[in-house]
Ligand binder design. Structure first.
Ligand code: HEC
Length: 109
């Protein structure tokens, strides 16, 4: 009885690790991409405290105003650009845009 419970617990832990690791990789990719492609304007933490960000009054990507946008809207801004923000639809794959949207979600305050 006891060993069955232990086996169940071990199986659960393994399942959790297996399930969680692709998610972690996902966020990591988005974070790395964000740093290289987006950080110059939005800052590494998305707060927009850069020369470029301040000059353009960038909204903090973690702020409620930005977080209330739907995933599709965020993806559309990244793909097609917005005002002074350049479009990334040609240089990023759709999966990378998705990774970036996932990363922007991690910035939520
Ligand atoms: C050259 C500077 C620049 C770079 C690089 C840049 N952005 Fe932007 N981004 C902007 C500007 C400027 C705006 C605000 C547009 C507006 O509302 O006038 C913006 C807006 C956004 C918004 C919408 C936020 C809002 O306030 O409506 C998101 C989301 C976003 N950027 C994500 C990204 C991501 C992800 C990347 C990297 C792939 C990126 N940006 C790269 C300048 C930049």
């Amino acid at each position: 009885m006891k060993s069955a419970a232990i086996r169940t617990a071990v199986a659960l832990v393994i399942a959790l690790v297996v399930l969680a690791s692709p998610l972690a990789a996902f966020a990591d990719d988005g974070a790395a991409l964000f740093k290289t492609k987006c950080g110059a304007c939005h800052g590494p933490d998305g707060a927009g405290q850069t020369t470029m960000g301040k000059a353009n009054k960038l909204r903090d990507l973690g702020s409620p105003d930005v977080q209330k946008l739907a995933d599709d809207e965020l993806a559309a801004i990244i793909t097609s650009g917005k005002n002074k923000m350049p479009p990334y639809g040609k240089s990023l794959k759709p999966e990378q845009v998705k990774d970036l949207v996932a990363f922007v979600r991690t910035l939520k305050k």
